[in-house]
Design a protein around this ligand. Structure first.
Ligand code: 3AM
Length: 178
């Protein structure tokens, strides 16, 4: 099972993100609104007995709810070429705390530590060799994007099924925050 831990988003925020999406960057593969999420930890393919341990560990995790604000816009690049367009996330101690607790819980299940820096974001589109001028103009045009403070009351273990031209994310379990 290919798994990741993420925050889902309320529909009000999904609608705001969807309103930004869909045009301005020819060839962009816009993420459908039902797939928007903030990845806290990508896990990858693990056997089902390890997935059960992960579920137990996440069930035992105690952390507080908090508020999350999406703000700004940016890109990830591979070899100097933009590969993903995202909306940023205001970095706060409770978000980092939750992410660190999840990381520790997963390491206790025997998973390798995550080596990549945590860069919280919500991916809006995946890009394949885009016109960089269009990407830069899009980022600049929407840089002041900001949502209201969104309540985070749970986090979710998602499975990810990669199909030919899209991914299907299924919530496998939700974990309440205090
Ligand atoms: O949160 P986003 O949409 O940026 O790109 C994948 C997606 O990221 C990422 O995990 C999220 C849920 O699928 N992902 C896929 N493979 C990955 C890997 N090997 C990965 N993240 C880290 N390492």
């Amino acid at each position: 099972m290919r798994l990741f831990v993420a925050l889902d988003l309320p529909w009000s925020a999904r609608e705001q993100l969807a309103a930004l999406s869909g045009s301005g960057i020819p060839g962009a593969r816009w993420v459908p609104p039902e797939n928007y999420h903030l990845t806290l930890r990508f896990i990858g393919d693990i056997p089902s007995h390890v997935a059960r341990d992960v579920d137990d560990a996440l069930l035992g995790l105690r952390s507080r709810g908090f508020a999350l604000t999406l703000t700004g816009m940016g890109t990830f690049s591979k070899g100097g070429v933009s590969s993903a367009l995202w909306v940023g996330v205001e970095r706060t101690p409770p978000l980092d705390h939750l992410r660190n607790k999840i990381e520790m819980a997963l390491q206790r299940c025997g998973l390798e530590p995550e080596r990549r820096k945590f860069q919280p974001h919500v991916t809006l589109a995946r890009l394949d060799n885009p016109a960089e001028g269009k990407v830069a103009a899009f980022v600049q045009a929407h840089n002041l994007f900001r949502t209201e403070a969104l309540p985070v009351e749970h986090f979710t273990l998602f499975s990810s099924l990669l199909c030919k031209d899209h991914a299907v994310y299924t919530p496998e379990a939700e974990y309440e925050l205090a």
